[in-house]
Design a protein around this ligand. Structure first.
Ligand SMILES: C[S@@+](CC[C@H](N)C(=O)[O-])C[C@H]1O[C@@H](n2cnc3c(N)ncnc32)[C@H](O)[C@@H]1O
Length: 369
């Protein structure tokens, strides 16, 4: 590692609030990153915590998530090398929007669900102004921060429930968590410097994608390491129910229905990794399409479907695999990480091949090492 690359570790990843985020496991994951690689893919990047680690390592980083609000964090903190939000940008964002009447989605759908009317109006007005920044990286930073602000304000940090307004008027809960009653604008202003300070240039052409990973993989080449952290099927896999509000705010859907008490958009995007009926087939394809990538690291949980043993079998068709496990001391990050379960990492390397040389001697060689 060059001297300069050590300094990338001075940049702090803004702490996420995302089910299954790996920011608390980064030191552990770092131990299994192969030496002497140049490029790395974070295929199911969520909060972007692992992609950020790759960027800090000085790798050319390719990051992807099929939800656009996560891709916006990828554009803001992984692909973006220098754009930050300035005081002038804030003036643009906070002014009264000229096209206010075209931006009423949050007020009309989510008033009385997650927000009081005034807060919903603020969010619509702010959303109308984001495109005026006219710079995809600045816009991505703003989406990342405002989405994070909403997660901080709403009780439990996700949107798969209808308790937000009830808890925000409960003095006991407010005492424990003042963010429940803070205006989103104030939370945004608090978080802004953390995101601005996390923007850096690692001198690589990093890229953020917003695709189903099975569509993206065939288009990629020259990737040395793939990190796979799929939803844990049968644990907490339904990201679109937990975080629908952030996707709706980012996409500002006009062609969806908003269903159930939580007003989740419908139809949802197709994942392939969140339902038992699809997941084995999706893993088969994922590994088949990744076979040219020499190293894989796969995060998993020993309470998920398919089992660790079954997944090991599927991986073994393509790679030599070692299974590392780390116990959870306390339940963090949802059902999949309750105390007693294990965070699992499959460490996958090119298969050792048996080659017969001229003298018919069998030699073991390591491919690509
Ligand atoms: C366990 S989370 C990843 C957490 C991430 N490593 C972090 O540190 O925040 C799984 C992610 O996979 C995404 N996802 C689900 N199905 C996908 C697919 N077919 N292609 C790409 N991303 C997908 C979800 O949106 C979710 O963000």
């Amino acid at each position: 590692m060059l001297f300069e690359e050590y300094s990338y570790f001075d940049y702090q990843f803004p702490e996420p609030q995302y089910l299954g985020a790996k920011h608390t496991h980064l030191a552990w994951i770092q131990k299994f990153i192969p030496k002497d690689i140049n490029s790395a893919l974070d295929a199911f990047s969520g909060s972007q915590s692992v992609a950020f680690l790759f960027k800090q390592n000085g790798f050319q980083t390719i990051t992807n998530d099929f939800l656009n609000f996560n891709n916006q964090i990828g554009l803001a903190l992984i692909e973006n090398a220098k754009e930050k939000i300035t005081q002038e940008d804030l003036e643009v964002l906070f002014k009264t929007a000229k096209n206010k009447e075209d931006y009423q989605l949050i007020e009309s759908v989510f008033t009385g669900v997650f927000f009081e009317k005034e807060e919903a109006e603020f969010l619509d007005n702010f959303r109308a102004n984001i495109p005026l920044l006219n710079n995809p990286y600045k816009e991505a930073l703003v989406y990342s921060i405002i989405n994070r602000s909403m997660t901080r304000k709403i009780t439990m940090g996700h949107f798969g429930h209808t308790q937000a307004l009830k808890y925000a008027s409960d003095p006991e809960r407010i005492k424990r968590n003042r963010s429940l009653i803070r205006p989103v604008k104030e939370i945004f202003e608090d978080l802004l410097p953390k995101y601005n300070n996390a923007v850096f240039d690692n001198k690589q052409e990093n890229q953020s994608f917003n695709e189903n990973i099975l569509d993206l993989l065939p288009k990629l080449d020259n990737v040395d390491l793939a990190y796979f952290d799929p939803p844990y099927c049968d644990s907490h896999a339904d990201y679109q129910s937990f975080y629908h509000l952030l996707e709706t705010y980012t996409e500002y859907w006009e062609d969806k229905q908003f269903i159930n008490g939580i007003k989740r958009y419908e139809p949802q995007r197709f994942s392939g990794f969140d339902k038992k009926r699809d997941v084995v087939d999706s893993f088969e394809k994922l590994f088949e399409y990744s076979q040219e990538i020499p190293h894989w690291l796969i995060s998993y949980n020993d309470r998920s479907y398919p089992s660790v043993e079954e997944l090991t079998k599927i991986i073994s068709k393509y790679k030599d695999v070692e299974v590392k496990a780390k116990a959870y001391r306390n339940g963090r990050g949802g059902k999949g990480s309750v105390a007693g379960s294990h965070e699992v990492l499959f460490v996958c390397k090119p298969k050792k091949k048996h080659v017969i040389n001229k003298n018919q001697e069998v030699q073991k060689i390591h491919e690509g090492l």
